[in-house]
Design a protein around this ligand. Structure first.
Ligand code: C2E
Ligand code: CA
Ligand code: CA
Length: 463
C-alpha cells in the first residue's frame, strides 16, 4: 500500500507465486528424476506404478514391471573409472529412451546400474518380450566411451500385476528376484518371476519331460565341428556341439533346449555326460591316429554348481585322455563373476592341465586383466564380428584389435562362423590362428567327422 492506501505491489506478489510454483516444479522434477540421466527415478516409478495398478484393477488390465540390470557394469567402473561409468549410464539411458521404447513404456533409473521398465495396457508375454528384444537390439552396437568401444548387455526380471503382486514394492521385490535368476542363467537373458508364463511355454513343448527321457534313451548326441589352422589348413581340434535326436521332431538344435536344461538344473547331469562322452571320443580318435584336441562348451551353471573339477578329473581318468587335449569353452560371463570361488576353480582346472578358451569373445565385457588373471589359452572371436569383416570396416577393426591384443598376451585366437573364402583370407592377413565355420564343415556326427578328417588331409596339428 502507498501512504494513500492504494495497493501497489500486487504484481510482485503474483510473480512470487509464479516463482514458487516454478521452484516447486523444479523440486518435484528433482524428486522424481535422476540427476545423472534425467530419467524418471524410483520414486516416480512407484507413484506411476500405483496409479497404473489402480487403473488396471478397475479395467481388469495388467501392468508389468521389468527390472533391468546391466551385466558386468562393475568391470567397466573398475577398469575405466567411475567417470566413464557415468558417461556410459547416461549414453545407455539416452539411446534406449530415444530408439527402443514405445510411448506406453516408462523407463526409469532405479539407481546404480539398475533401471526399471513399466509397461501397461494390454500386457501379454509377447509385448514384454518384444520390448526386451528392442532393448537388447538397442544395446547391440557398442558405446563409444572416450574413444573406446564398450559392449554391454542387460539382464531382465519381470513381475506382473495381478499375478505376482498388487503393489509396487511387492512387484519390485519379485522383479528383482527374477532378475537374479536371469543372472544365474548367464548374462544377457530374462526371467519371469512366477515362472507361470515360462512354465506354460515349456510344458506345452514338453521339453523338460522329453529331455529327461532323452538322456535315458540315448537321444543326446555330440556332433563335432573342425577347428582349422588358418595358415596350414591342418585340423587342430574339434568343438563338440550337442544335438538332440528326437524320435518324432528330428534333430533339435541346442539353443532350443539348453536354456530349459539350465533353468531346470538338468544341465548338470547332461553337462557331465557331455564331458565324459567328449573325452571318450577324443581318446578313441587318438588311438586311430587322429591326435586332436576336443573343445567342450561349459554352461555358467555347471561352473557355479556341480563339481566341475572332479567331473573332469574323473572323465580324463576313465578315458585316459591327456588333460592337454581337453579344452573348456567358457563364456565371458563365467570369468566376469570374479569371485574367489571362480578364481579357485580356474586354478584347479589349470592345474589339471586342461586348456581354457573364452567363447563368444567381444559380446560381454572382458578386460585384459581378467584374461591374464585366469591364464586363458584361447579367445574365440564371436561370430557377429567375423560375419561382416569383409564389408564392415568397424568389425574388421574390432577383430584386428582383438587379435593384436591376444597376441601380445600370448593367447591363441579362433574366429568362429567363417563362411566364405574372402573372410578366411582377411582373417589370415589379420593374423588369426585358427578358423571354424561352414566354409570347412558344419558339425558332424562322430563317424562323419572321422570321414571328413580322412578326406581333408592326414595332417593334425594340435593348436
Ligand atoms: P557356440 O559355442 O558359439 O557354438 C557355435 C555355433 O555356431 C554352433 O551352433 C555351430 O553349429 C554354429 N556355427 C558353426 N559354424 C558356423 C558358420 O559358419 N555360420 C553360422 N551361422 N553358424 C556356425 P549350435 O551347435 O547350434 O550351438 C549353439 C550354441 O549352443 C553354442 O554356441 C553353445 O553356446 C550352445 N551349445 C552347443 N553345444 C553345447 C554343449 O554341449 N554344452 C553347452 N553348455 N552348450 C552348448
Ligand atoms: Ca562354443
Ligand atoms: Ca561361440
Amino acid at each position: 500500500y502507498d501512504n494513500e492506501g492504494r495497493i501497489t505491489s500486487i504484481l510482485t506478489v503474483a510473480r512470487d507465486i509464479t516463482e514458487r510454483r516454478l521452484c516447486e516444479q523444479r523440486i518435484m522434477h528433482m524428486i522424481h528424476h535422476d540427476q545423472l540421466t534425467g530419467l524418471p527415478n524410483r520414486v516416480f516409478a512407484g507413484i506411476s506404478m500405483e496409479e497404473l495398478i489402480d487403473r488396471a484393477r478397475r479395467d481388469e488390465g495388467k501392468v508389468a514391471l521389468v527390472f533391468c540390470d546391466l551385466d558386468n557394469f562393475r568391470a567397466v567402473n573398475d577398469t575405466l573409472g567411475h567417470a566413464c561409468g557415468d558417461i556410459l549410464l547416461n549414453a545407455i539411458a539416452m539411446r534406449l529412451k530415444k530408439t527402443c521404447l514405445r510411448s506406453s513404456a516408462t523407463f526409469c533409473r532405479h539407481g546404480g546400474d539398475e533401471f526399471l521398465l513399466i509397461l501397461d495396457g494390454p500386457v501379454v508375454r509377447d509385448d514384454i518380450l518384444r520390448t526386451i528384444t528392442d532393448i537388447r537390439k538397442g544395446l547391440e552396437m557398442p558405446f563409444d566411451i572416450n574413444n573406446q568401444p564398450v559392449n554391454i548387455s542387460m539382464s531382465f526380471g519381470i513381475a506382473v500385476f495381478p499375478e505376482d503382486g498388487d503393489n509396487f514394492e511387492t512387484l519390485l521385490t519379485k522383479a528383482d528376484t527374477a532378475k537374479c535368476r536371469a543372472k544365474e542363467f548367464g548374462r544377457d537373458t530374462h526371467c519371469f518371476y512366477a515362472d507361470k508364463m515360462n512354465r506354460r511355454m515349456n510344458t506345452s513343448l514338453h521339453i523338460l519331460t522329453d529331455l529327461k527321457q532323452a538322456m535315458v534313451a540315448n537321444e543326446l548326441q555330440l556332433y563335432y565341428q573342425p577347428l582349422i589352422d588358418a595358415k596350414t589348413g591342418a585340423i587342430t581340434g574339434t568343438e563338440a556341439l550337442l544335438r538332440w535326436e528326437h524320435p518324432r521332431k528330428g534333430i533339435i538344435p541346442p539353443l532350443q533346449f539348453i536354456p530349459t536344461a539350465e533353468s531346470s538344473g538338468l544341465i548338470i547331469p547332461i553337462g557331465k555326460w557331455i564331458i565324459e562322452q567328449a573325452c571318450r571320443q577324443a581318446a578313441e580318435w587318438h588311438k586311430q591316429g587322429m591326435t586332436l584336441r576336443v573343445a567342450v562348451n561349459i554352461s555358467p551353471m555347471q561352473f557355479k554348481r556341480g563339481d566341475l573339477v572332479e567331473t573332469i578329473r574323473l572323465a580324463l581318468e576313465a578315458s585316459r585322455l591327456e588333460a592337454r587335449y581337453l579344452e573348456l569353452e567358457l563364456t565371458e560371463s563365467v570369468i566376469m563373476h570374479d569371485t574367489e570361488e571362480t578364481l579357485k576353480m580356474v586354478r584347479q582346472l589349470k592345474r589339471l592341465g586342461v586348456r581354457l578358451a573364452i567363447d563368444d569373445f567381444g559380446t560381454g565385457y572382458s578386460s585384459l586383466a581378467y584374461l591374464k588373471r585366469f591364464a586363458v589359452d584361447k579367445l574365440k572371436i564371436d561370430r557377429c564380428f567375423v560375419r561382416d569383416i569383409t564389408h564392415n570396416a568397424d568389425d574388421a577393426a574390432i577383430v584386428r584389435a582383438i587379435i593384436q591384443m591376444a597376441k601380445s598376451l600370448g593367447i591363441v585366437t579362433v574366429a568362429e562362423g567363417v563362411e566364405d573364402r574372402e573372410t578366411l583370407v582377411l582373417l589370415k592377413d589379420l593374423g588369426c590362428d585358427i578358423v571354424q565355420g561352414f566354409l570347412f564343415s558344419m558339425a558332424l556326427n562322430a563317424a562323419d567327422f572321422a570321414i571328413f578328417c580322412e578326406k581333408h588331409s592326414a595332417t593334425f596339428m594340435v593348436g
